[in-house]
Ligand binder design. Sequence first.
Ligand code: DC
Length: 231
Amino acid sequence: MNSAPVSPVATIDGPSGSGKGTISRAVARRVGWHLLDSGALYRLVALAGERSGAAPDDPDRHAALARAMQVVFGSRSDGGEQVLLGGEDVTVAIRSERAGQGASRVAAWPQVRAALLERQRAFAGPPGLVADGRDMGTVVFPGAALKIFLTATPEERAQRRHKQLKDKGSDVSLPALSREIAERDLRDQTRQVAPLRPAEDACLIDSTGRTVEEIVREVLEMGAARRLWQL
Ligand code: DC
């Protein structure tokens, strides 16, 4: 496998609720790099499966959807994200817990992961890419110049997700969310293909009790030390 990306890549991996989405977006915006939210692709596969009436236990059908689905990542006029699937706005739908659980399920299938591999690598391009996910540093971009593995305690991650969902108008109980996060962690960590784990050369950051600004600064300093960007 050729692992050297054509232009620099910084990977930010970690479990659900570790803050990697927020941190990745902030870092990419700050340094003017592209952003890959790989979790959104798995969420889109789950949603595309549901919408097309695919059997929930059919990996090949989902892999075909992963290859064929028409996706546009854009932003609304207020700067918020916008995701289109086959021209339909699915920005809200893909962020639901249901889509997250569906994503974790389809992500365990090697066929789906293989179908998304080149699609993810195609996001790399000048001046650089910040890639957010579970296996960005281990599988998709093993040659990345900077690899971060972001963690936080399960309690703090559940609380963050709870607040996020509440802000979006979803009413999910905290204990139910903690259970779902624990289930998802277990499935993501124990699956046969590309399980969630830090790359050997990843820098570990524990975000428990720390602000987004502190973590963003730490990542920016690590990138600057590797001459990926200037502060
Ligand atoms: O980051 P997220 O919550 O949007 O990801 C949703 C699910 O997708 C997650 O439970 C595991 C899966 N996923 C993956 O297996 N590999 C990735 N690179 C990103 C996400």
